[in-house]
Design a protein around this ligand. Structure first.
Ligand code: G6P
Length: 612
């Protein structure tokens, strides 16, 4: 899964492409490449490494070109090598493509081409696709029709961009399945094609979306859409509100640090426009539940990664605030075994990017079974917003760091509001209770601001613990999800092995791992499970385990109950996951800084995973 960018206009293509690729590095960053068309023909530069390494290969000849395509790679088929970096050419060398997706039937297609005498210079499925497009053109098809016909043959989900030396005034894009996205941006005398908005909105807000099963032929002055059988299609123009400045680091060393510190404001942006306290009202202006709340007999939350852990908390919110049986399922599992679903099963799909292939597939399965789907997303206009019946936007602003922080917290806020909304509609929450719940969530941004004040203590802890090679994270109830999220953050950005589990399970296995060399982070919220979690802490310490305990202000803890105690502000128990995740985000961040890891772009990961 990768990022792709195309440029055509009256400017220089190479710098515009490099700039677009930098904005898409969140999708993968192990190799990069570009191709432009000059008076001499196609020029390709590509290499393993980051965009900055690619920039070193751009010379004056390339700068003269006003049309080109580029790629930032997250390896799927083929190792991270210069040869496997995109763009890839067809057999003639007169056309090149960049590609995002995975070809499930590549073995058959490659065998077919090998039998016909084709030879490949890389291990990628992309080169196979380039050869297939070349065959169509040799048979007389235009570049657009050749791309469309080739996409019809590919199993899996794909976006491609193609550039041909003998059609020098156009770029062709194509999409099939739910792989990433493909957006067209129209400037005054230039046009862009890219996997996602950040690569385009820095130049123009006038956009069109290429839907699955479509090609687009892009010229400087416009775009023509057609389906994969060359029948014309119409796509409406729309504009997006985010400006590029929102994505700048604003003096922070890393985007992750900035995003952690933005959380009081971004959580407020999720909540405050929708909540008033006097009179107490919840108004989800831009959202309507796509089903009668009283008819819902079950809710299933589907998501991946951090969003899945937010979903675990959300399931509890729906159970407690709306009295609906609710569970959170990993999207990639749910998609292949969804169990019985009906038009009374409310599906809540959570994805900050709105582009995660596993989530899109899970939603497709749910819709096939007639289940109403609500999406919680941060990326306006993303694929998930178009497939769901209704969308609750997080409004957290762009999140650049690969590790999710502010979107996780905003997801918790939005899930809380959703549960209150459903509870209200089901007459579960009478006015006085709703008013109390709304006041609780309205005060959460302030509690987050106070939780951030513990950063100096966490920095010191990170200094003392950064040489541990394994960590255990445990909690019960709502804190279980937070323990899992804390462990995931540490894994993602510090490469330290961390295992999260329900604290009640300590005695059923993980306790065998307890030793002074494996610190245990325990999260004990001030709720009905607090004493049980503290029992697990005691069991750990009596086996020489070192415990870092996250506890709540006002909790009357015995002296010496843990090796280290981190206190977060006291809140009502349903709000506590929002504050207790803050020290775990900071802990992972500062450990990664100590270890000198590339915090914002950790190895092997990508911000948005658009392949299964
Ligand atoms: C990727 C990221 C994770 C993220 C997950 C879900 O794997 O590396 O950090 O939690 O995708 O992303 P989503 O955009 O669907 O919330």
């Amino acid at each position: 899964m990768c990022g792709i960018v195309g440029y055509i206009g009256d400017g220089s293509a190479a710098p515009a492409i490099l700039d677009g690729l930098r904005a898409l590095e969140y999708r993968g960053y192990d190799s990069a490449g570009l191709a432009v068309l000059t008076a001499e023909g196609l020029s390709v530069r590509r290499r393993a490494g980051r965009i900055d390494d690619l920039a070193l290969l751009i010379d004056d000849e390339l700068m003269s070109s006003a049309i080109g395509i580029g790629h930032t790679r997250w390896a799927t088929h083929g190792a991270v090598t210069d040869n496997n970096a995109h763009p890839h050419a067809d057999a003639s060398g007169r056309l090149v493509i960049v590609h995002n997706g995975m070809t499930d039937n590549v073995t058959e297609l490659r065998a077919e081409l090998l039998a016909d005498g084709h030879r490949f210079a890389s291990e990628t499925d992309t080169e196979v696709i380039a050869h297939l497009i070349g065959i169509q053109r040799d048979a007389g098809a235009s570049l657009t029709d050749a791309v469309g016909r080739t996409l019809r043959r590919l199993a899996g989900a794909h976006s491609v961009l193609a550039l041909a030396a003998d059609e020098p005034d156009l770029l062709v894009g194509g999409r099939v399945g739910s792989a990433g996205g493909l957006v067209v941006g129209h400037g005054s005398s230039e046009a862009f094609l890219a996997s996602d908005l950040p690569a385009v909105v820095r130049h123009t807000r006038n956009l069109q979306v290429v839907e699955a099963g479509e090609t687009v032929t892009l010229r400087t002055d416009g775009a023509e859409f057609q389906d994969l059988n060359s029948r014309p299609r119409h796509r409406r123009l729309f504009s997006v509100p985010w400006g590029p400045m929102a994505a700048a680091k604003a003096g922070h060393r890393h985007f992750m640090h900035k995003e952690i510190h933005e959380q009081p404001e971004t959580l407020a942006d999720t909540i405050r426009p929708r909540v008033t306290l006097d009179p107490a009202e919840l108004r989800l202006h831009d959202f309507q539940l796509p089903v009668d709340a009283k008819a819902v007999d079950r809710a299933v939350i589907v998501a991946s990664g951090s969003s899945n852990f937010a979903g675990m908390v959300g399931a509890r919110y729906l159970r407690d605030l709306a009295r609906i049986p609710a569970s959170a399922e990993v999207a990639s599992e749910f998609a292949y075994a969804p169990g019985p679903l009906s038009d009374r099963t409310l599906i809540v799909a959570i994805s900050q990017s709105g582009a995660t292939a596993d989530v899109l597939l899970a939603v497709e399965r749910a819709r096939d079974a007639g289940a109403p789907v609500v999406a919680l997303v941060n990326t306006v206009g993303s694929e998930l917003t178009r497939t769901a019946d209704a969308t609750l936007n997080l409004h957290a602003g762009p999140e650049i760091s690969v590790a999710a922080t502010k979107t996780f917290v905003s997801q918790l806020g939005a899930l809380y509001l959703l549960a209150c909304h459903v509870g209200e509609q089901r007459n579960i929450l009478p006015a006085d209770q709703l008013a109390r719940r709304l006041a609780d969530i309205a005060h959460a941004p302030l509690a987050v601001a106070r939780a951030l004040e513990i950063e100096p203590q966490i920095e010191d802890l990170a200094r003392r613990f950064h040489d541990a090679v394994n960590f255990l994270y445990m909690g019960r109830g709502l804190a279980h999800a937070i323990a899992l999220e804390g462990a995931l953050k540490l894994k993602e950005i510090s490469y330290i092995h961390a295992e999260g589990f329900a604290a009640g399970e300590l005695k059923h296995g993980p306790i065998a791992l307890v030793s002074p060399d494996m610190p245990v982070v325990a999260v004990a919220l001030n709720d009905e499970l607090r004493a049980k979690t503290l029992n697990a802490v005691a069991q750990t310490r009596s086996r020489n385990g070192r415990v870092i305990l996250v506890a709540t202000e006002g909790d009357d803890l015995e002296d010496g109950i843990a090796d280290e105690v981190i206190i977060v502000p006291g809140t009502p128990s349903l709000i506590a996951p929002i504050t207790s995740v803050i020290p775990l985000q900071l802990f992972a961040y500062h450990i990664a800084v100590w270890l000198g890891v590339d915090v914002d772009q950790p190895r092997n990961l990508a911000k948005s995973v658009t392949v299964e």
